[in-house]
Each structure stands twice: as structure tokens, then as C-alpha cells.
Write a protein that binds this ligand. Sequence first.
Ligand SMILES: [Zn+2]
Length: 292
Amino acid sequence: MTSIIIESCLEINDRDRTEVRASFQGIIQDAPSGTSTSIVNGLSQQLIYQLQLNLPNVFLSFDDLNVDLDVAAFPYVQAPAKQGLQQAIRDRGMKMLVNSCYRTIAQQMLLYNDRFNNSNPVAPPGTSNHQTGLAIDIEDPRGWEPFLVQYGWSPLPGDPPHFDYVGGGTVDIRSQSIRAFQQLWNRNHPNAKIDEDGAFGPQTEDALNRSPAPGFAKAPWDDKPRLLKLSQPRYEGTDVIRLQEALKKAGLAVDVDGIFGPGTDKAVKELQQKKSLTVDGIVGPKTLSLMA
Ligand SMILES: [Zn+2]
């Protein structure tokens, strides 16, 4: 494994704070310099879902905990790290504000492409401590520190908002993050396949740079639908488009924009009410089957 490069989380998080994702639909290498990594949220969600299919019960969402998330902060950590987070939040008894957590290799690629414009170092995709599923950047880090350290989370000297989970029982998922991308690429390029070796070489770097920011046409949830709901970051992708089209067909007012925002949430709940389902805004198999 390459030596660890300490990135400036504060600087990266500041840059991510502006939400501009709808304005860029191109491939990663054409992304304007300095943009928020939220412009690759569509592709990032495909990478996260593929990783979860590869590593069931290892890499978990923590959006069910008492947290608030930034626009490009994907709330995923490994199972023991989530448990530690849950206990710290319970003990302190207040909401945790999370600015960054799992950073996909698509997000890392954007930052890496900009590395010569930054004074601070950027790690190559697959080698950042934010690709481990064991890292968070939070507001009020000193207030949280005594609670987090009790449950396996450790502050990173020189990088104020950053904590790593060091409590054990975890695996190194960084090469898995790269392999998930290689699988997704191959699925969408059956005639131009790359090695699924989990290594970030020139071939993978080139493929990642030529990947579409909103995600590939064939998504990992085509085989196994994901649960859709109102969340931060917003769910987006081909499955959201299909859902919105179905809602519209069912006579509900909704924009077909591929992003699961408050309007889609409202339409889903109206449909659930109409069909006497639990009105939870979660699109699972039951809600889906009523729209088929
Ligand atoms: Zn960090």
C-alpha cells in the first residue's frame, strides 16, 4: 500500500460546500477546476452500491443516526465504526454535523486532477484515508472528541475536523473501491474491458477520467433495486427517473429530473396513502409493484 498522504480536510470540505451538481453532465476529465465533488454524486452512488453488493454487511449507511450531512458527504462507514459512532452520539445526546465521510474514487479523481492547483497534497484515488470507510470530518470536533475516543474513534493530529476509526474488526476496502469501479466500467464497456485488479494504474485512471459524472447507463441497481427515499445527499439516477415517470403516469404531480427531492417524496407519500400502504416515503418492493 502506498504511503498515507495527509490531505487538508478543511480545505476539501470548504470546496465541497457549494451544490452545483446539476450544472455538469460531462465526463470527469472535463469537469471545471475547483468544483464541488457533488457534481459526481450520480456516479458516486453507483460506486457505493456496487461496493455494497461486493461487501454485504461490511459497508453501512449511518443516515439512520442523529446526524446532519453536507451535500457531498456520503454517510457510509464499516460496521464496527458505525457502532462506535452510534454510541458516541447517544452518549452526547445531540446531533452530529458531518461534512465528509466516505469519498468515492470518482470524487477523489476530481480532487486529484486539480492537485497542481492546490497548495495542499491530494492522494491518488484509492489511497485517501477517506476511502477506508473509517473516516469522518465533523463540526465541533473538540466537543465530540471525548465521546468519540471512548468508542474507537481517534482524532488525526494536524487535521482538526478529521477522526479515524481505530477500534479494530475492520477490513481495508480501498482496493475494493477501485475494483467496484472496474466492474462497473466493464459492465458498460463489454468491448473495452479493463483489469478488475483493484489497483489504480494508468488504464483505470484513464477509464475513470472518461466516466460520466451522472453515472453509467447500466447501474448496479438494475439487478437488485435499492430502496429510494428523501435523503442527503439526494438519491439520483436512472431508477429515480423510472420512479418519477411511474408516479407521473399514476397521476401525481412530480418533476422527472432524476433527483429524489422533496417533490418526489411528497408524490410517493400521496401514492402510499392512496394505496393504503405505510406512509413512510420509502420506495421498496411494495410501493414499486403498485406502479408497475
Ligand atoms: Zn478528513
